[in-house]
Design a protein around this ligand. Structure first.
Ligand code: BGC
Length: 504
């Protein structure tokens, strides 16, 4: 077995309810995922990350878990889950699942049977909820306030209570015994709160991606002990199971503390995700991330899309930019996370207010639009909604104009975004450090493992040096990269005389 496979793996995030629906209820489900595994094999991903499919009243689309060791009937059964794992493994694809340990649903039985598992206060402090409004709700039965960093239906667990840890170990074992290859830990930096629950010194901008930078409540030292214990637990299983933490800080040095050699295997590094499409900014983020994680011997992981952020083509202002970004992402050293639909070049969807379902939209009375626009069900085939996603009504409406974006439309087109991702996943360098090469302003040029990655973000043009053109983000690229394009070149190996000109 490949040692430390996760270090440079490509993970594919499946937002379960938006991927593929097998039973016509308009929600994607596990049998739907299973039926699409050959597509994912052909795409060339190494591992899946499935967002929560556990029983949930859906205040935050499954991130409010009511039972950690079961499948919500809307998404299938445990047998369906086992079948996904078995089929994925047979195709050489690993399966990781979401673990949500910061909070439960308020309908989880613990909330009534074990209120001492949660964080309570006689008087609320000034902490705001990430989803708008205060982070405290009064519970008339207890005569106290309970903490919820997210929606009121997501009470935060009190990890200072050792019973909480005791509850989670069997949950991890439950899924490990079923064969999962690892867990993505939701809001992994905030499990332990400051025991004194002090007021935040001043209001901070909740709508910014790194609002956790300001929170005094989170990033407490005890969390590292927990991750060390979980690491030992995972290491006791065969087959290199792994943990990736959602650790949301702008400073990669803070993230590095979570990926020391005896803690999490990987963390998300959202620096790149939240960076502008500007060469100097991107380079600075890449350097800072690699330096900080390198200090602790950790592999980086790179992300340009997920289910919480607007689609890349929309953020970069063009599909062309998004395609160039893909070649940057997949040439960087470390692991990469793709979000379902990224490989199709989907745009953020502008939904009518009445269709929006995100608690962020609902709780801020529409002041913040929320995340529905990147969660619209995938277009698989056909000329009109529901584009093969379901036989019923998709849970969020798909744009009528998506017919050119379907898997069916793109699969046979060598110039499509899907074809670009397939080719990039097949040709992507693995192993080897990044070495910057002369990069004129507005460009990024680096070498890795004999491959030269050239990204022209905004320079008038960038000449391609001598070498074999492996892949370009636009079909007409030959000797020169115009703005918003990228290319990979295999460098000539002088002693073997294998070099060929990029000019055909
Ligand atoms: C998830 C969000 C979710 C939040 C609360 C985030 O990390 O990615 O989708 O709303 O945690 O669980």
């Amino acid at each position: 077995m490949e040692a430390e496979w996760w270090r440079d793996a490509v993970f594919y995030e499946i937002y379960v309810r938006s991927f593929s629906d097998s039973d016509g209820d308009g929600l994607g489900d596990l049998p739907g995922i299973r039926s699409r595994l050959p597509y994912l094999r052909e795409l060339g991903v190494d591992a899946l990350w499935l967002t929560p499919f556990y029983p949930s009243p859906d205040a935050d689309h499954g991130y409010d878990v009511a039972d950690y060791a079961d499948v919500d009937p809307r998404f299938g059964t445990l047998a369906d889950f086992d079948a996904v794992v078995a089929d994925a493994h047979a195709l050489g694809i690993r399966v990781t699942v979401d673990l949500v340990p910061n909070h439960t649903s308020d309908r989880h039985r613990w909330f009534t049977e074990h209120p001492d598992y949660y964080v309570w206060a006689d008087r609320p402090n000034n902490w705001p909820s990430h989803f708008g409004g205060p982070a405290w709700t009064f519970d008339a039965t207890r005569g106290k306030y309970y903490l919820h960093l997210f929606a009121p239906e997501q009470p935060d667990l009190d990890w200072h209570n050792p019973a909480v840890k005791d509850e989670f170990e069997p949950i991890l074992r439950f899924w490990l015994d079923r064969g999962v290859d690892g867990f993505r830990i939701d809001v992994g930096h905030s499990l332990y709160k400051h025991p004194e629950l002090p007021d935040e010194p001043e209001p901070f901008p909740l709508e910014t991606p790194f609002s956790s930078d300001w929170r005094l409540a989170v990033d407490q030292p005890e969390v590292h002990g927990l991750y060390r214990e979980w690491r030992v637990l995972l290491d006791s299983y065969p087959g290199e199971r792994m943990l990736v933490g959602e650790i949301v800080f702008s400073d990669p040095r803070r993230i590095a503390e979570y990926v020391r050699s005896d803690e999490l295997h990987l963390s998300f590094n959202f620096g790149l995700l939240h960076e502008e499409w500007r060469a100097d900014r991107l380079r600075m983020t890449i350097d800072r991330t690699l330096a900080a994680l390198g200090e602790v011997g950790a592999s980086s992981s790179w992300v340009l899309e997920n289910h919480d952020v607007a689609r890349l083509a929309t953020r970069y202002g063009s599909l062309r930019g998004a395609r160039a970004g893909a070649l940057l992402l997949l040439a960087l050293p470390g692991a990469a996370f793709l979000y379902a639909g990224q490989e199709l070049g989907l745009d953020e969807v502008e939904l009518p207010d009445e269709a929006r379902r995100d608690p962020i939209f609902l709780r801020t009375n529409g002041e913040r639009l929320g995340r529905d626009g990147c969660r619209v069900p995938l277009p698989w085939s056909g000329d009109a909604p529901p584009f093969g996603f379901t036989t019923g009504e998709p849970w969020l409406p798909q744009p009528a104009g998506w017919s050119g974006f379907t898997v069916e439309a793109q699969a046979g087109d060598p110039a499509s975004t899907l074809a670009l991702y397939r080719a990039a996943l097949a040709a992507r360098p693995r192993g080897g450090a990044l070495a910057w090469r002369e990069s004129p302003p507005g460009t990024l040029v680096f070498e890795r493992d004999g491959l030269l990655c050239l990204v022209n973000v905004s320079a008038p043009s960038l000449d391609l040096p001598e070498g074999e053109l492996v892949l370009a983000s636009e079909p007409d690229v030959t000797a020169v990269l115009p703005p918003e394009t990228a290319a990979w070149l295999r460098l000539p190996v002088p002693s073997l005389g294998r070099g060929r000109s990029a000019r055909p």
